[in-house]
Design a binder for this molecule. Structure first.
Ligand SMILES: NC(=O)C1=CN([C@@H]2O[C@H](COP(=O)(O)OP(=O)(O)OC[C@H]3O[C@@H](n4cnc5c(N)ncnc54)[C@H](O)[C@@H]3O)[C@@H](O)[C@H]2O)C=CC1
Ligand SMILES: O=C1O[C@H](COP(=O)(O)O)[C@@H](O)[C@H](O)[C@H]1O
Length: 251
């Protein structure tokens, strides 16, 4: 028998979306993936792929068999999403996945939270100055949620739901408040997006560290090492050992 530790089995919900593709594009061979999405795969996939809605509790219980880590991305990602959509897809969906994970004894849960959970700190008085390098306003993950829309409310709720499941079921949880993921270059002509850019390379590293690191319950920001940022990277560095390689100022 080889002394090499078994690679963890990781369930990835929302696997066919932008973040899912950024993760699988670099980590597709690193773990024993189980993919879940309500949409069928667009091309061939070498991984087990379950077409299911995350609000379907029976399907989620089935999906958890032999899973070590859950990376939960599925949901409505639109900042302008209406209440009925975030209530079903983001809030009910997250509770259903958390419950199935806890029942199955999953060790670790990685939750895709968002900058919009704290978008309300971007007040008229602070903006646009806080997006610029001569401003030092900073959020570090210890502040209270301050959502900027119903989508942000759903992400703050996901953070709270996962805190509850952590406390009740002893499951390790990391909430990654992701910035703005774009491929190849930062958003153009968009200062806010440049300050919170997350490159594909850094996104994959962030999730790899979240799958590998040891923690209890944490909320950290997930962005690249942009010159101007108003989200501290200290939490992700300390808790996860995340060392981002990209910087929107270099484009
Ligand atoms: N893309 C970004 O810059 C950011 C994304 N996030 C979060 O990351 C996660 C993934 O976002 P993206 O990949 O950008 O979105 P996306 O829309 O590209 O992908 C989401 C995937 O989830 C699936 N999905 C949605 N509702 C579902 C349901 N009820 N059951 C099963 N599958 C469902 C969709 O079919 C889709 O493939 C979301 O939770 C989003 O809120 C957070 C911050 C920034
Ligand atoms: O949470 C999210 O945030 C990003 C960035 O927000 P934006 O309002 O500056 O575009 C967004 O692009 C993404 O769709 C969303 O899920």
């Amino acid at each position: 028998m080889s002394g090499r530790p078994r690679e963890p089995t990781v369930l990835l919900t929302g696997a066919s979306g932008r973040v899912g593709r950024a993760i699988l594009g670099r980590l597709g061979d690193t773990y024993d993936w189980r993919l879940v999405d309500r949409e069928p795969p667009t091309g061939e996939t070498e991984h087990i792929y379950l077409v299911a809605d995350v609000t379907d509790s029976e399907a989620m219980v089935e999906a958890m068999a032999d899973v070590d880590v859950v990376v939960h991305l599925a949901g409505d990602p639109r900042p302008e999403a209406p209440w009925d959509s975030v209530l079903a897809n983001n809030i009910d969906g997250t509770q259903t996945v958390l419950d199935a994970a806890a029942t199955a004894g999953v060790e670790k849960f990685v939750f895709a939270s968002s900058n919009h959970a704290v978008g309300g700190y971007e007040t008229d008085e602070r903006t646009p100055g806080m997006y610029r390098s001569d401003d030092d306003f900073d959020l570090d993950g210890t502040e209270l949620p301050r959502p900027s829309n119903f989508y942000g409310v759903s992400k703050a709720t996901g953070e709270t739901l996962s805190r509850y499941y952590h406390d009740e079921h002893d499951m390790s949880v990391i909430c990654l408040r992701i910035g703005n993921l774009t491929e190849n270059h930062p958003p153009e002509d968009y200062e806010r997006g440049q300050a919170m850019w997350l490159s594909h390379r850094d996104c994959a590293q962030l999730f790899e560290r979240a799958i590998e690191a040891d923690y209890d319950y944490e909320i950290v920001y997930g962005i690249s090492d942009n010159d101007r940022k108003y989200y501290s990277l200290e939490g992700a560095r300390e808790v996860l050992g995340y060392e981002p390689e990209d910087n929107s100022a270099e484009y």
